[in-house]
Design a protein around this ligand. Structure first.
Ligand SMILES: NC(=O)c1ccc[n+]([C@@H]2O[C@H](COP(=O)([O-])OP(=O)(O)OC[C@H]3O[C@@H](n4cnc5c(N)ncnc54)[C@H](OP(=O)(O)O)[C@@H]3O)[C@@H](O)[C@H]2O)c1
Ligand SMILES: [Zn+2]
Length: 350
């Protein structure tokens, strides 16, 4: 049912979205969620979910209410960016909290696609006399939890392809280190690294570029690095093997072992199902988002096997004239942004 919501109600749910986004990078593969408790058009409590095992947004919002305002809880409404959970996981169910707190009205943006919840939270609240409105700015609410939705519906990480190409369509040259984009684009990529769980690269990129794949230009965490090394012969002094941060080395035969404990060696057949099987393994290890940072061969394999969800492609204003051609994407729908003199195009694979 299409519900009509007022501008004021939209303002409150937008506040919940903003709160949710404070957990960008720390929540995944769990969802980012924000909650705002409103009494007579005044926010009396607000909160967000910070990450695995932490109290949910609704709990933080209730706990955030000042003592003097607690008496209003029974006449307030709670705005939540995601349907409240109805099961006891790491923390008690938020539906129980809402019922116990006697909050009479709940306004929800997105339905939680987690199988145990998926509308059950709403049903439970309604059965207990709570007024529940759903679908407020639902598109934005769904966007906020897209990694989570993918995680529970498709059992694979949300795969984001990222690369930079020159104005004439090359991503680099063999045996030469060429930088294509400007410093702002570089900073943006480091921000993305802080928001995702893992980064993957191909063997040639590791050998030739020796990238660190860490987040050095933005605040927040570093992702796990995943590198293909079929023959198990990439040099041990590469940054990703020697800097002490976690790396998965994917190989066909663990003929060589590493003494460093931060390197996890994964032996797996390099057959047609390599990427599918790796994505399954990542999902088992709770990797909800994967950024594939090249090179051309690895990116093209993800594209050819249709194993990607989003592509973020920079176009620098340099001409390289010859070299390794950029991958070919089959879709045309995209958004375009100017990052200084670079162009960033974001493609969605629906
Ligand atoms: N502009 C950018 O954004 C960007 C980003 C990254 C890299 N680069 C540039 O790209 C160049 C490297 O690209 P590239 O295409 O030559 O190499 P790549 O994709 O990094 O590595 C290719 C190698 O990785 C392994 N591999 C890749 N995909 C595989 C798959 N699906 N299954 C099994 N093995 C797979 C294979 O190794 P084996 O043959 O040993 O099995 C393959 O030969 C460098 O010049 C680098 O500077 C540019
Ligand atoms: Zn909850």
């Amino acid at each position: 049912m299409n519900q009509f919501f007022s501008k004021k109600q939209e303002l409150f749910i937008r506040r919940a979205f903003d709160l949710a986004r404070l957990a960008e990078g720390s929540a995944v593969p769990n969802p980012m969620v924000g909650a705002v408790i409103v009494f007579k058009d005044r926010i009396i409590g607000e909160g967000f979910f910070k990450g695995f095992g932490m109290p949910h947004a609704e709990v933080n919002a209730v706990n955030n209410i000042k003592t003097d305002d607690r008496k209003y809880l029974t006449q307030s409404e709670i705005y939540v960016s995601l349907e409240p959970c109805n099961f006891f996981g790491k923390t008690p169910a938020c539906t129980s909290l809402i019922l116990k707190s006697k909050i009479p009205k709940v306004i929800i943006s997105s339905i939680d696609k987690t199988p145990q919840v998926s509308g059950n939270g709403i049903d439970l609240l309604r059965q207990n006399g709570v007024e529940v409105l759903t679908g407020i700015l639902e598109k934005k609410g769904n966007e906020l939890v897209k990694y989570r939705t993918n995680y529970v519906e498709r059992n694979t990480p949300f795969v984001i392809l990222k690369y930079a190409k020159s104005k004439d369509g090359f991503i680099g040259r063999k045996d030469e280190n060429i930088w294509i984009t400007n410093q702002f684009s570089k900073t943006l990529v480091h921000k993305w690294r802080s928001e995702i769980n893992a980064i993957m690269i191909g063997t040639n990129t590791a050998r030739q570029d020796n990238p660190k794949l860490t987040n050095r230009l933005y605040f927040g965490k570093n992702p796990l690095r995943i590198v293909l090394d079929r023959k198990n012969d990439l040099p041990e002094n590469l940054h990703i093997f020697s800097d002490g941060l976690p790396t998965w080395q994917i190989t066909e035969n663990i003929s060589r072992t590493f003494s460093q404990t931060h390197i996890t060696q994964i032996e797996i057949p390099f057959d047609d199902f390599l990427l599918v099987n790796l994505l399954k393994k990542m999902h088992q290890e709770k990797i909800g988002t994967l950024l594939v940072e090249g090179g051309a061969q690895l990116l093209q394999s993800f594209i050819n096997q249709n194993l990607w969800h989003e592509a973020r492609i920079f176009e620098g204003n340099k001409l390289i004239k010859k070299g390794i051609l950029a991958p070919q994407l089959p879709v045309s729908q995209n958004e375009e942004f100017e990052i200084g003199n670079d162009i960033l195009r974001i493609f969605h694979n629906q």
